[in-house]
Design a protein around this ligand. Structure first.
Ligand code: GLU
Length: 199
């Protein structure tokens, strides 16, 4: 079982995400990554195969901005444990990023449908259908929350997901379907946290 963290508030998000992932290391994983919506309308993705310490080292000289973000430790089920397959995964525009625990049982059908409508995939994971589904619903004019809810209704299996988008940088959206590890929500002062488990 892998780990998910999310943060939104008024403190720098990256140290909180990385500390949160460290606290979830006991669950086991093969790669790690974070996504931070930046100040210029994009989302900065940082990920690495192997230990979380490797990701942290690779970030030593990187300016990590933003007060919201999502993070993940992956236990590969679909696709080898490589940088490309590590989470977060993004849509075609790079404006939607997701982290995912579980298995999208109907990802083959969804991927075919999305590719037929022009979506381009970069990883071997089942997870990548999720940001592309969210992208397709956003392009129909739905809000981030509605688009993630619509994507959740399309996927089958036990899944936990957290999504962030520059379309709505004041929000991160999470859902859990079935038992794919927990999602707990922490309420702070002017901040909220999400994680797979209490630590
Ligand atoms: N099925 C997804 C993958 O292989 C998520 C695995 C996990 O729960 O870490 O990337």
């Amino acid at each position: 079982m892998c780990g998910i963290v999310g943060y939104i508030g008024d403190r720098p998000a990256a140290p909180i995400l990385l500390d949160g992932l460290a606290r979830l290391e006991y669950r086991g994983y093969d790669s790690a990554g974070i996504a931070l919506p930046d100040l210029h309308g994009g989302i900065a993705i940082h990920k690495a195969p192997g230990k979380l310490s490797g990701l942290i080292q690779s970030l030593a000289s990187v300016a990590l901005q933003g007060t919201s973000g999502i993070g993940h430790t992956r236990w590969a089920t679909h696709g080898t444990p490589t940088m490309v397959n590590a989470h977060p995964h993004t849509d075609c525009t790079g404006n939607v990023a997701i982290v995912h625990n579980g298995i999208v049982e109907n990802f083959v059908e969804l991927k075919r449908e999305l590719e037929d409508t022009g979506h381009q995939f970069t990883s071997e994971t089942d997870s990548e259908v999720i940001p592309h589904l969210v992208e397709s619903y956003l392009s129909q004019g739905l809000s981030l929350q509605e688009a993630v809810r619509s994507a959740a209704l399309r996927i089958e299996g036990a899944n936990a997901v957290v999504a962030a988008s520059q379309r709505d940088p004041e929000r991160i959206v999470a859902f859990r379907l079935g038992n794919a590890g927990g999602i707990v929500v922490g309420y702070g002062e002017n901040e909220m946290l999400l994680a797979s488990d209490l630590p």
